[in-house]
Write a protein that binds this ligand. Structure first.
Ligand SMILES: [Zn+2]
Length: 271
């Protein structure tokens, strides 16, 4: 009998969050043979300034783009039907997530922290947190078999300082996956090559695609090099002399609501 693959579920609010926010770690886990699943809690239908495509047309576009990015990770990318920009923390969605997570049975969940500028991000984090605690409780959503073990839950990095900055509990060197992150993001054309240029850089919308991708590559290069500098103490504590060879890192915080990861589990993520 073949051994069960380890499973990671990345949950974001919008159809480009789950893959691009953890693109380095997900690529590494794919290379290590993990099964990857991506989930967007909202339909992404509001992510544009073009009112003529917002709604149904954008929703379909974003599902197609998410599927393309998921394919790069050999992953199914599910997009739930909750309207973008209007996500609320409800019992109904919490139980939808409990059932979804239980059916996939992840060893690891990755998601947003609870503090964030976007209400959809905050509410996704709250929903995942509320669902996580109940995954192992048999009488909740009793129609879907409960999980016997809690997964580890990680939060991907954000730059918000209040109430406290993201803790560098897990440091993932990503020098060999930086290009994969660029390619995942490039699948989301309506976001990275249009919506994100609005309203301050709209002249970039007409740039040739290769030039746009080069600009994106430069942006990610600088972002993950900044994380490397900001979390220098954590990188040195974990990697010792090897730290000098590490130029780019992803940073994750461990959620207190998930299983406490063992050192062996952390080694899989970080090495
Ligand atoms: Zn988002």
């Amino acid at each position: 009998m073949s051994e069960r693959k380890m499973r990671v579920l990345s949950i974001g609010a919008h159809p480009d969050d789950a893959d691009t926010s953890a693109g380095g770690l997900l690529t590494k886990l794919k290379r290590k043979g993990w099964e990857i699943r991506l989930l967007s809690v909202t339909d992404g239908s509001a992510g544009t300034y073009r009112k003529e495509i917002g709604g149904q047309e954008l929703k379909l576009m974003r599902r197609a783009e998410a599927a393309r990015s998921g394919a790069r990770l050999d992953a199914r990318y599910d997009v739930l039907d909750h309207p973008d920009g209007r996500l609320e923390v409800t019992l109904e969605i919490r139980e939808e997530l409990i059932r979804y997570i239980r059916r996939f049975k992840p060893d690891l969940i990755i998601t947003n922290r609870l503090n964030d500028y976007h209400a959809d991000h905050r509410n996704t984090a709250q929903l995942v947190q509320d669902a996580s605690f109940l995954l192992t409780v048999p009488c909740i959503c009793a129609d879907t078999p409960y999980m016997e073990h809690m997964p580890v839950v990680l939060y991907w990095h954000d730059s918000f300082k209040k109430p406290y900055p993201c803790q560098g509990d897990v440091i993932v060197p990503i020098d060999d996956t930086l290009e994969d992150i660029v390619q995942h993001a490039s699948c989301h054309e309506c976001q990275y090559f249009d919506w994100m240029y609005w309203p301050d850089n709209t002249e970039l919308i007409d740039w040739p695609r290769e030039q746009q991708i080069a600009r994106l590559r430069d942006r990610f290069d600088r972002l993950f090099a900044r994380f490397r500098r900001e979390y220098d103490a954590e990188v040195r504590a974990k990697f010792g002399d090897e730290a000098d060879n590490i130029k780019h890192v992803e940073v994750y915080e461990i959620s207190e609501y998930g299983e406490e990861p063992s050192q062996e589990f952390l080694d899989i993520l970080e090495k």
